[in-house]
Design a protein around this ligand. Structure first.
Ligand SMILES: Cc1cc2nc3c(=O)[nH]c(=O)nc-3n(C[C@H](O)[C@H](O)[C@H](O)COP(=O)(O)O)c2cc1C
Length: 324
């Protein structure tokens, strides 16, 4: 006699039945379970406090905190942000409270939220990355580190690490040695071949790869006859960069075995689906938070609806249906 499960499997009902369950968005990456694959990107969500005034931020799958360096940084002087067609250019310059203040003042709040917290770290040298990772190591409530080797707006420690295979490998390997939590390497699109950097960080032991950070851009104020940003150039983000990001995620997901997290111009469910179909296991909303703070919640609801309509037992099954 067949069991109910066997009957369901034979009739195909199981797929549909499970799709009604609560956990269609539950996502397991680097051995950790996330309530959904919709995360918020570093530098666009602060440390969560401001957005908590607008909605229950514990609904997002993970909060990636603003990049943290060893010492507090003031960042670049204004103007630091300018609007561009379908996007924005920023040169904040890694303004942050520094790792010790982060541990004292920000982490206790983040830890109380009922979601995963990923801490993004940056530095001007490999030693600085390692020191930040060491100070964070063993702190309760940190699920993973995201290593920013891709900031286009700082003189040292940004893209020149992320654009060099050897430097990228050394930095990620050193952070891995200093940390007991999973390490995600955040890659820059300002490179000739992103798959070469992806392979290097995988070889270094990275547990995941997130991409993309911003693209270097410049806006000139023709009336003042000078660059619109005090830093002269900045990082371009928003819908304008989405097709570049989708192409890079697609290529990297086919190059490495570790999970890929897609970032770049995600504003709504359809945008998020593009990244998931391209092979990303999770996505991060960045500039989208500034335009519609509730975008992550809308995407979570949209992905649930997608699973239901397509009878997917879990969103992770989506890439199997991709014909690209
Ligand atoms: C104002 C601003 C600040 C950012 N700060 C950081 C940062 O501190 N660390 C980091 O890794 N990425 C930072 N980013 C990059 C975003 O996390 C994201 O990778 C990028 O903006 C592309 O995604 P989007 O088009 O959805 O914004 C910042 C982006 C913006 C717009």
């Amino acid at each position: 006699m067949m069991t109910t499960l066997e009957v369901s499997l034979r009739s195909g009902r199981c797929r549909g039945k499970m799709a009604k369950g609560k956990d269609t968005l539950r996502t397991t990456l680097f051995g950790k379970s996330f309530k959904n694959p919709v995360w918020v990107a570093s530098g666009t969500f602060g440390y969560g406090e401001e957005y908590a005034e607008l909605y229950d931020v514990s609904k997002v799958g993970a909060i990636v905190a603003k990049s943290i360096t060893l010492e507090p940084r003031l960042g670049h002087p204004p103007p630091r942000v300018v609007e561009t067609p379908s996007g924005m250019l920023n040169a904040i310059g890694l303004q942050n409270v520094g790792v010790d203040n982060f541990i004292k003042e920000k982490l206790p709040y983040l830890r109380r939220l009922n979601t995963r917290v990923i801490v993004n770290i940056a530095g001007s040298s490999i030693n600085e990355y390692v020191e930040v990772a060491k100070r964070l190591n063993g702190r309760r409530g940190i699920e993973a580190l995201e290593v920013n080797i891709s900031c286009p707006n700082v003189k040292a420690g940004g893209i020149e690490i992320g654009a060099d295979r050897g430097q990228a490998l050394k930095t990620i390997a050193a952070v891995k040695r200093a940390s007991s939590v999973p390490v995600i390497a955040k890659l820059s699109p300002n490179v000739t071949d992103i798959t070469a950097i992806a392979r290097a960080v995988e070889d270094a032991g990275a547990d995941g790869i997130s991409l993309i950070n911003t693209l270097v851009g410049m806006v000139i104020d023709v009336h003042k006859k000078k660059p619109a940003l005090s830093n002269l150039t900045g990082g371009l983000s928003g819908p304008a960069i989405r097709p570049i990001a989708v192409a890079m995620v697609y290529k990297v997901a086919r190059t490495v075995d570790i999970p890929v997290i897609g970032i770049g111009g995600i504003m709504n469910t359809e945008n998020a689906l593009q990244f998931l179909l391209a092979g990303a296991k999770a996505i991060q909303v960045g500039t989208g938070n500034f335009i519609n703070p509730r975008a992550p919640l809308e995407i979570i609801a949209g992905l649930k609806g997608y699973c239901k309509r397509n009878k997917l037992s879990n969103i992770s099954k989506i890439a199997a249906d991709f014909e690209g």
